[in-house]
Write a protein that binds this ligand. Sequence first.
Ligand SMILES: [Zn+2]
Length: 335
Amino acid sequence: MTATRLPAIETETTSCALCSFSASRTRGEIRMDGQLVGRMVHCERCGLRFLSPRPTQRQRDWLYEQEYHSGLPGEHGETRFASVKADQDLALVRFGRYLAQLEGIRRTKREGRARLLDIGAGTGQLLELARERGWDVSAIERSGEACQYLAGRYGPGSVAGRDLTDLEGAAGSYDAVVMAHVIEHMPDPLGALAMAHHVLVPGGRLLVATPNEASLYEWLWQVRQRRRGASAANHYVAIAWREGCWYREPVHYDARSLIEFQILTTEHLYFFTRRTLGEMLRRAGFAQVNWASGSAAPASSRFGRLVRNDLVNRALFLLDRHAELVAIAEKGRTA
Ligand SMILES: [Zn+2]
């Protein structure tokens, strides 16, 4: 173990994003070199699970920047490109399923083409598929480089902005909004859902997909990790169960590993169940919430790699079709 250290990590505490209650119970801690990076808690009033304290937005931006420029390999030593490419192939299957849920909206559009906004569009795989299926597409994307790429590919008008606040003047502009595995990364998920409601036409639909914290998969995975004790969850992170709490620890003490560890363990700020996500959608103003069956294909990219590279994890995951939450929320016609 070398003496490699990262600069002190800026953290912030937050009250419950769903009910504003400030009392919460600790479920696990994320520590590195004795430094508290984040704490997994659940709200004592409504049960929402989230990180508090958590790295500040500035800290998270810094981490993603480091990751982007560090040329890190994939989690299991494969090249970054190979792992990202494999994730994209799986993602297309899921994106097709999401768009099928919104197809009724597109078909019943009376005048002009139906408009779809993808929040957190990345490099636009979902937009590509949506355009093929007859949607007019727009994106919100945080990465400046991805925005440039999207504008080049789909036209300058296709990038609605880099931040949700760029949508303030766009009330009633979209027939459908997609948030595919982004809400769990957002510091203000209720504000994000309210903004999606704001930009939808009356009767428009929002699709939200996120990992299901209450799934059989999550539960079995945690039981298994407890039995194993401190074991490597992947190339960079070990998970341990000690004194009633989860701990995640870096496997290697070098700068790259520590950066990857921080990103991996703190990129999800919220952990939803059907109950907490449904309640948050109603608070954001949605009149009706329906649920589609989730995907058996691995969800987020890192999680996908974690599942694919471990046979038991993979078997557990495939057994559980509820590992992913897919909510379709409708904006009231009279709102
Ligand atoms: Zn709460």
